[in-house]
Write a protein that binds this ligand. Structure first.
Ligand SMILES: Nc1ncnc2c1ncn2[C@@H]1O[C@H](COP(=O)(O)OP(=O)(O)O)[C@@H](O)[C@H]1O
Ligand SMILES: [Mg+2]
Length: 251
């Protein structure tokens, strides 16, 4: 189980200062255990703020979030986050990056090796174990990032525009591979993007936010069958959703 409930959450930066900025206002959400959720909305509507609060990086000014009924407070390895920028350690090989979390918690050499083998394979980096991050492409570094978060075995995967900096082809491959890993593990995913096609391709549920202060404007249930395949991107159903969401974001 790993259900996230956001309950009447509001966030104001600089509360009590001369220029407070309310970025999120009255957010209510229920993200089912094992589901893939996308959050879309124009730049500045509070997507990253919401995700960082789910990670426990800071507290909301009002309301709360719970994971399986427990109020989210502070970071915890049950909630893993992948940021847009690489967070790989340049001084560690691919394998050492991936097993970083378990090593920190005192995993034995044998456990580390097992985790490295499993997650390097899952993110498609077999053969690159001993490479250094500087020898990898942007997409491959992102794979290391994802493998490292998965190696901590979180219940919830929080992803903030992780593929935003990748070229279109690499991005499509990363999306398909992410779905494959997700189906194999069924973590609850919250994936922030401003790319509607990406959101539709990946998610069960798309949360469309309105511009500042961010509110939940619409929730789109995506009923496209799984496994999702690239040819679905051009189907009428897919494009109809895209048109509908596009029109919403225009306002
Ligand atoms: N730590 C902070 N202090 C003050 N304002 C912030 C802080 N973080 C973000 N903001 C502001 O909050 C708004 C929402 O930011 P953000 O959550 O990053 O939006 P998004 O990810 O949707 O583009 C922006 O106007 C941003 O400038
Ligand atoms: Mg952001």
């Amino acid at each position: 189980m790993s259900e996230i409930v956001v309950d009447n959450l509001t966030h104001t930066f600089g509360k009590g200062s001369a220029s407070p900025l309310t970025v999120l206002d009255g957010i209510n959400l229920k993200l089912e255990s094992g589901s893939f959720n996308a959050i879309v909305g124009t730049s500045g509507c509070g997507k990253s703020t919401l995700l960082k609060m789910m990670a426990g990086l800071f507290d909301p000014s009002d309301g709360q979030m719970t994971l399986d009924g427990e109020v989210i407070q502070g970071t915890d390895r049950r909630r893993g986050m992948v940021f847009q920028q690489d967070a790989v350690f340049p001084w560690m090989t691919v394998a050492r990056n991936v097993s970083y979390g378990p090593r920190l918690r005192g995993a034995s050499r044998a456990e580390q090796a097992e985790i490295e083998e499993k997650w390097i394979r899952m993110v498609g980096l077999t053969g690159f174990e001993d490479r250094w991050p500087r020898e990898l492409s942007g997409g491959m570094r992102k794979r290391v990032d994802i493998g490292r978060v998965y190696a901590n075995d979180p219940d919830v995967l929080l992803m903030d525009e992780p593929f935003g900096a990748l070229d279109a082809q690499t991005k499509e491959r990363m999306q398909s591979d992410l779905l494959e890993t997700w189906s194999a593990t069924r973590k609850t995913v919250v994936f922030v993007t401003h790319d509607l096609e990406e959101a539709i391709f990946l998610a069960d549920k798309i949360i469309v936010m309105s511009a500042r202060p961010g509110r939940v404007h619409h929730i789109e249930e995506v009923s496209l069958p799984r496994p999702r395949t690239n040819d679905m991107r051009l189907t009428d159903d897919f494009l109809a959703i895209k048109r509908r969401l596009w029109a919403m974001l225009e306002h």
